[in-house]
Design a protein around this ligand. Sequence first.
Ligand code: ASP
Length: 432
Amino acid sequence: MGASPTTTRTKDRWVTFGSLVAMVLGAILGEWIHRNGGSANGFALAGEMLLVRPLLLLVVPLILLSVIGGAASLGATGRLGLLGGATLAFFISTMAIAAALGALLVSWVAPGAGIDPAAAAALKAAPAALPAAATSGEVGSLQDAWRSILYQVVPKNVFGEMVAARPLGLITFSILIGLGLSAIGDAGRTALEVIEGLNQALMRAIGWVLWVLPIGVLALVTSTVARAGFEALSGSLGSYMLVVIGGLLIHALVVLPLMMGLLGGGNPYAFLWKVRRALVTAFSTSSSSATLPVTMEACESAGCSRRATRFVCPLGSTLNMDGTALYEAVAVVFLCQLFGIALGGAELAVVVVTATLAAVGAAGIPSAGLVTMVLVVQAVNASLGNDPARSLPIEAIGIIIGVDRILDMVRTMVNVQGDMIGARLLTRLAPD
Ligand code: ASP
């Protein structure tokens, strides 16, 4: 039994207008709490319980079931290889464009060179401590990061990957099972029907979670703004933040729509409006992984094929991060400017390439981009000959930690937007 059209319409209105009002109200309330030195812990807990945890609860089964179903139906058409290649090409090219846009913009505006010397000295004097993963050697070198990604793509134990909620191995496993099911023909029919039924049930459950989206958004935006405060925008890091946000907006509202229009994906702005609930969820949770259930639900109802959605969105939520690539490029060049390290064309090219790779390596969780930025810093230092006089200390990343949460919200929204535009475009290769 499906939801009645009236219920669907009521829910749509409530989710759309409720979430938009919640974002504004959350920003005002959060700023008020910040200025009065209050605590927003209650809001953080409410947001986690109402939105983040229920969505995360659905993510692992959703990846397994949707990719098995998607791979089985693609396997039957023989187009899995084509779709896989096109998907990866789309991901890498859009991320590289985003990183190049970020590097150009930050070099042109030079926010790190314009800071008052006293404020710059204060920033350099007391960087915040980096997250443990950035300093414990977990990120390691670029080679280590690649090996880790490869190991995740082909894990030894699929249950271990489920427990750790690492999507890449789950996707590989699911593709194998899906292809197996399509290869055995009639013998696999019952299993596929069960999987399809479970997929539909999951989508319905995601629809229920959406009823609380506005309340979850209010709670999460309030708690984030209460912690960070908008004063950062006018502080010494303000122009850096504006370059990141400006770059993200150009990528989201000009570059990606242009690609979508040119590659025959239809009206990009109408599409963005249709998938707005996924954008709002990404903004408030700062996590592409937690947003994945809403991303897929929104793509399917905005006219993307089930096949493309089930293949592109799970992969995109972990690999495709345009916003993160742009952000990492801007942040590293900004820090170099602050430390008076001049970067030439070759070093900027290194920034663009490693920011793209570091974004691929970032998990779809809050602040992941901040951690993998270590890779970009290491690569830039190596390209400068590891000369101690012209090296950016890894601890310098601590300077921008305080303003990371707000930027994380915006870049996660762009990350998810990229995945959805990918699903829309690849629908042409994999229609239902
Ligand atoms: N929070 C981002 C995401 O989940 C990753 C990042 O930190 O850039 O997409």
